[in-house]
Write a protein that binds this ligand. Structure first.
Ligand SMILES: *Cc1c(COP(=O)(O)O)cnc(C)c1O
Length: 361
């Protein structure tokens, strides 16, 4: 038998999450954000499962979009950071991609480069995140230039919220106000896009023609706090392995590199075939929950490249070959993330190529 470490991708959970998302914002369209290899879930597999279900995909870069086209994905794709040079603009136009326009050099490129077919342009407004976007006071002028540009098919206004996941709504209210002000300086009836997962879940006033769910499609909550709708999402990725060794050690003995965990009682230690080389975070602390045979145990000692050690003293009768879940449907990735000073987004997204992925339907 080969090394048992793998992730499974549950397409029924994905479908459940899409349905839940649509139910929260029944008057919006939803593009599926599948950047960064669909947050580590496999962009081609996720896109294939969602073709016909959503009308638009969003990725970060032209390269990510081209891979999807090459794999036979026909749904239109939005480039969230836009085009980086004239050549990209030509390719994006030829392949029918939509592009974000977030700065004025992208505007001059669009005015200068001859394109065979005009593009769907998503004009990004900086309403306070101060990462990407045209400053709100410049939007009117940029919009007028776009409207007069023959390379532009149509224009959607878009902004991104900095604090949609926070229980403090002041920043979100301020950004939505600014966006409303910008819209009032433009012709009426233009399509808009504001909401990410957190805003879809927590800020119905941000729902517009196009919402942009990412993490919630993969079944993880964007919040640190409990939330009734977010808590009904189903994790799509489950990260599995198995116990490959079991030993009893006396009180006072330590475990693993650096001897950073010491038994305070006679203990049973299970060694599991997963480590940071497989995507398990090296900085996970002693005590991080690990599910062995469906029961909670805790990480004991430093994470190695290919192995972790787990205190299974309380579980009893743990054997080589017993199943282990690192995170997924029984143990939420967001809970594990807290033990590694990160968020579930990062844990799933940085899954390395080494880890085999299996689709379950
Ligand atoms: C990644 C991203 C999203 C999706 O965010 P989630 O928090 O995963 O829902 C939406 N909009 C933009 C511009 C993004 O970059």
């Amino acid at each position: 038998m080969s090394r048992p470490t793998e992730i499974t991708i549950d397409l029924q959970a994905l479908s459940h999450n899409v349905t839940l998302t649509e139910g929260l914002a029944p008057n919006s369209h939803h593009m599926a954000v599948i950047k960064a290899d669909a947050y580590g879930h496999g962009a081609c597999d996720i896109a294939r499962a969602l073709e016909g279900r959503v009308r638009l995909f969003a990725v970060s870069s032209l390269d990510e979009a081209v891979v999807l086209r090459d794999e036979g994905i026909h749904t239109p794709i939005l480039l969230l950071e836009g085009c980086f040079d004239d050549g990209e603009l030509k390719t994006a136009s030829a392949l029918g991609f939509h592009t974000v326009l977030h700065n004025e050099s992208q505007l001059t490129a669009l005015q200068r480069v001859p394109l065979n077919s005009p593009m769907h342009v998503w004009l990004k407004v900086d309403t306070g995140m101060h990462r990407l976007g045209i400053p709100s006071e410049r939007v009117h002028q940029v919009f007028e230039k776009l409207r007069g540009c023959e390379n532009v098919e149509d224009i959607t206004l878009l902004t991104h919220l900095a604090c949609a996941d926070s229980v403090d709504t002041a920043m979100t209210v301020r950004q939505l106000d600014r966006f409303r002000q910008v819209m009032s300086s433009l012709p009426t009836g233009l399509p808009r896009s504001i909401a990410n997962s957190a805003a879809i879940l927590a800020h119905p006033q941000s729902h517009t023609e196009w919402n942009r769910p990412g993490i919630m499609l993969y079944g993880l909550s964007p919040f640190e706090h409990a939330h009734p709708a977010a808590d009904r999402l189903k994790p799509v990725m489950t990260f599995h392995s198995e116990v490959i060794a079991v030993r009893d050690i006396p009180r006072g003995e330590s475990v693993g590199y650096g001897a950073v965990w010491t038994a305070t009682r006679p203990s049973t230690i299970a060694t599991v075939a997963v480590g940071y080389g497989d995507g398990y975070p090296r900085n996970a602390r002693n005590g991080t929950p690990v599910l062995v045979k469906g029961q909670r145990a805790s990480l004991a000692g430093r994470v190695s490249m290919d192995m972790i050690t787990v205190d299974v003293t309380e579980i009893g009768d743990v054997k080589v070959g017993d199943p282990v879940e690192l995170w997924g449907q029984q143990l939420n990735a967001n809970e594990v993330a807290q033990w590694a000073d990160t968020i579930g987004y990062e844990l799933v997204t940085r899954m390395p190529k080494r880890t085999p992925r299996r689709i379950v339907t």
